[in-house]
Structures are given as structure tokens and as C-alpha cells.
Design a protein around this ligand. Sequence first.
Ligand code: ADP
Ligand code: ARG
Length: 345
Amino acid sequence: MRNYIELPNNCKSLMCKYLTPEIYSELKDKQTAYGFTLDRAIKSGILNPDSSIGAYAGDEESYRLFSSLFDPVIDEYHGFGKDDKHISDLDIEHLCIEHPDPEDKFILSTRIRVGRNLTNMPLGSAITKEQRDSVESQVIEALSLLDGELEGDYYPLLNMPKETQDRLISDHFLFKEGDRFLDAAGLNRDWPSGRGIYHNRDKSFLVWVNEEDQLRIISMQKGGNIAEVFGRLATAIKSIEKRLSFSYNDHLGYITSCPTNLGTAMRASVHISLPNLSRDMDMFQSITDAHHLQIRGIDGEHSDSQGSVYDISNRRRLGVTEIDAVLDMYNGVLSLIKAEKSMTL
Ligand code: ADP
Ligand code: ARG
């Protein structure tokens, strides 16, 4: 094993920023109980120098064993210190908000997702094919017991007709294939085996299985009724938790493959049309920065906006409750709509 690490010259990620030669030599020979190593944790950032984070965990223990690297990355992304505690709050009664766009003028759709991984299983970077298949079976079984609005069917990616897969992706329901960051992290091994999507009839409740996290639990619908979307998600999580046990600790909250998703593992987003603001990106970004929001394109991460429609979501996920995360997005969206309206006059 090497005693040094040569980071790519043009590397901009937090991993490259914090992985000093001293930290590399401190951690290079360590292995988690599932056999995960530092070299595997940083491989995605090494092979993709344009990464913003550049590291994935292979299991919950990775965050402790490789904490000299993960702690500063987590602190810089979430503003969350190594002794801080995470608190979860998925109680819909605590979300006191009104509809931000009652006439449906700006918000096209709302989506809130959380990532979850099973206890006593490695994360996707370190999982074996047998373990992944077992996760898939356990999730299918748990989801088959959902009823009412959440009742639906599971569609494995294996043998899914290409047209069906492409339509689900372009309609914003399904994950894309071949993400180079996940590829390099070992998260796409054995693709498409073990992967799939569950959804109800209206596609307002969906679960992605064995993508970046073992579960991505998603609630979405047209328009901007954020409270309704959150309510459906909270109900679904509660039902699924009766059958599956999710990896969680008091420091990092819900354990996820990528450090950006720790804590709530929640991304609450709207697709919103902002033709005026999009002509003044400085103003646009000053509003999103003030509310801790991220701007993505409408085909998800690493995509471009189209026709002045943007995906606006909370950036902070750890050290804030789920209610706070949704409120970041809600308050930011109110400000964006106000600014957009003022520019029409
Ligand atoms: P994730 O949300 O899981 O981090 P992505 O950013 O790649 O992953 O988004 C996944 C999919 O969800 C993409 O197809 C994206 O267009 C869609 N999506 C995200 N937010 C919304 C929204 N508010 N309305 C409709 N589709 C959305
Ligand atoms: N690993 C990629 C990077 O460092 C993605 C990071 C955040 N996105 C995610 N889907 N986890 O840029």
C-alpha cells in the first residue's frame, strides 16, 4: 500500500482540500469491519477531479474510522461540528405553512425525498451482490404491506423495457443510469441487478431501491402544495419503519453513502419558473444563498435549467430537523416569488 497520495492537480473537492499527506498516512491502513478502506472512500473524487465532495462512506463505521477526513468535510458542507447532535422531526403538525403559490403561477411541481439504508448492512459502495439482493427483497416485502394512497407495485430495473425506463427518467420519476461519480465509488456494481422502483398509481409516492442509497423514499406532485407532499412522505416513512430498521445515530442522524445527505437525508425541492430572476443570476443567487438553497437544473443533479425553470432545494441536511429543512426551502421560495413578481412591474 502507498504511503502517500497524489491528488489530481485540478482537484477542487472538499476531499482534496482536507486530505493532507499526514491524514492519508494516518488512515491508509485502516479497514472497517466490512473491509472498507480510505482508498475506496476517495476513489470517486480521485477519478473525478471536478467532484465537489469527492468521498463516499462504505458503512456507518467509515464515518468514525476515517473521521479525520470526513469531519472537516461534513463541517464545511453542513456547518456541523464533530461533537454536535442531530435531531429528527418528521411531525407534520410542526410544519405550519401556507401554500406558497396558491394560483399555481410559478411552482410547477414539488418533490421531497429522504435517503435511508438498512442497519446491519454495508452501504452501496461496500455491499456484496447477495447483500444487495437481500436488501431488495426486504424492501419489496415491506412495501407490499403499504395500503391506501401508498399502495403500489415494484418494478425491477432488470428486464424493464428501455422505453419504459427512458419515459420514467424523462418524467422525473426514475434515477438515471451510469452516474460517473457513483460508478467510480463502486456504487453501480452488478447494475441493473437489485435496482428498481416502487410507485403508487398516481406516481405521487415512489421508492428507489439500491441506487446511491438503499432506499430513496419520495413524495411528489404537480403544483406547490409543500405541506401535502411532506405529509404523505412522513406517513409513508412511519409505515415503512414498522417493517425495516434504518441506520441512524445521534451524531450523524440517518446514515447515507454521501456525506452531503447525512442527518435528515432530505432534499425538498420545487420546479419553479423564474424568467425575470434568471436574467439576474447575482440577485437570484443572493436569495438562494441567504436561505441555504441549492439550484439544480430540471433533470436533476448536474443538469441544466430549461426555459427558466429551476430545481430549488434545501442545501443543509444535517444539524437541522426535517421541518427546518423544508422551511429553508419554503422561505426561500417565498422570497424568490416575491423578487420575481417585483421584477414584472
Ligand atoms: P435526488 O433528488 O435524489 O438528489 P436528482 O437531483 O438527480 O436526485 O433528482 C432526481 C429526479 O427527480 C430528477 O429527474 C429530477 O428532475 C426530479 N425532481 C427533483 N425535484 C423535482 C420536483 N420538484 N418536481 C419534479 N421532479 C423533480
Ligand atoms: N460525489 C459527487 C461530488 O462530489 C456528488 C456529491 C453530492 N451529490 C450526491 N448525489 N451525493 O461532486
